[in-house]
Design a protein around this ligand. Structure first.
Ligand code: BTN
Length: 303
């Protein structure tokens, strides 16, 4: 959102402000103030004109402007009512050199999951992909996936959803999937060029619009304020990705895998045993009959 519009909203959120006062505060003409107010109304902000000035009565339910309004993280939001896949769009932006953009959509019609599986993304969800350019060796990229899983789980707890992480990054409630995460990257041997972290939350979506093995926030606790949840998610993801040393302990606090008997399907065969711990940047330590094994990727099942 333009800085001037953000400042207008900040002023209006406190008290009614007249056009001339806004023009003085922002050092623009009264005509410019009026144009900005009209543009904000077009984006869904409910702004009344009263004798004592403009008053902010409501913000849009969901969209770029509603998420950016009050956002305290250095991400620009690119919003789409409907898109093929936010990850595909984020990859395009990354390839064009962009950074710190969050591609957000109400609906995806060609969403991708891990291993090129389809991922259902009906209208009402939170489908978001972050374009990041960290100074990181490729081997450490999994820490971004863990940060995304932790950030999502924590903000879900804050709205009353008792979610837990199944290694490495499935977010489940009572064994049913609520969130999917897909991280993609490009880089050279020693340095990542870009990472795209895609997060899909089944938010204000009917349970029959997602697979039987999945659940939705609507089914669990009713509809939530998607803009506020998305804002909280972006802010927490930003904090965690800047403090990788704190991600593992936060992951241990929010994961359900540790202490469980698991089967992890890896390219080298199944690893079966008790999940003991997680190590940087996301390696699962499993106690098997033959000793400890370290697994860096694979499909994990709690037995
Ligand atoms: C999985 O569980 O297999 C991962 C699913 C990832 C889905 C998200 S939704 C936002 C982003 N856009 C996509 O096309 N995929 C990810």
């Amino acid at each position: 959102m333009q800085a001037t519009r953000r400042r207008i909203l900040e002023s209006l959120s406190e008290a009614p402000v007249s056009g001339p006062t806004l023009a003085d505060e922002l050092d623009v003409s009264r005509a410019a103030v009026w144009k900005h107010i009209e543009a904000l109304r077009e984006r869904g902000f409910e702004i009344d004109s009263r004798e004592d000035g403009y008053v902010l009565l409501g913000t849009p339910e969901f969209g770029g402007a509603s998420v950016e309004y009050g956002l305290d993280a250095p991400f620009d939001i690119e919003y789409h009512d409907s898109i093929g896949s936010t990850n595909d769009r984020a990859r395009e932006l990354a390839a064009a050199g962009e950074s710190n953009v969050a591609v957000l959509a109400d609906e995806q019609i060609g969403a991708r999951g891990r291993l090129d599986r389809e991922f259902s993304s009906p209208s009402g969800g939170i489908w978001i992909s972050f374009v990041c350019r960290p100074d990181l060796p490729p081997a450490q990229a999994p820490i971004y996936t863990l940060a995304a899983a932790v950030a999502t789980t924590e903000v879900l707890h804050d709205v009353g959803v008792d979610a837990g992480i199944k290694w490495p990054n499935d977010v489940l409630v009572d064994g049913e999937k609520l969130v999917g995460i897909l991280t993609e990257m490009e880089g050279e041997a020693d340095r990542v060029s870009w990472i795209v972290v895609g997060i899909g939350i089944n938010a204000n979506v009917d349970a029959d619009a997602v697979p039987d093995t999945a659940t939705t926030i609507r089914e669990l606790i009713g509809d939530v304020d998607r803009a506020a949840l998305t804002r909280a998610l972006i802010e927490r993801f930003e904090e965690l990705r800047n403090a990788p040393e704190s991600v593992l302990s936060a992951w241990r606090d929010t994961a359900t895998t540790l202490g469980q008997r698991v089967r992890v399907e890896t390219p080298g065969g199944d690893v079966v045993g008790e999940a003991l711990d997680i190590e940087f940047p996301g390696t699962l330590v499993v106690a098997t009959d033959d000793g400890e094994e370290r697994v860096s990727a694979g499909d994990c099942e709690h037995l």
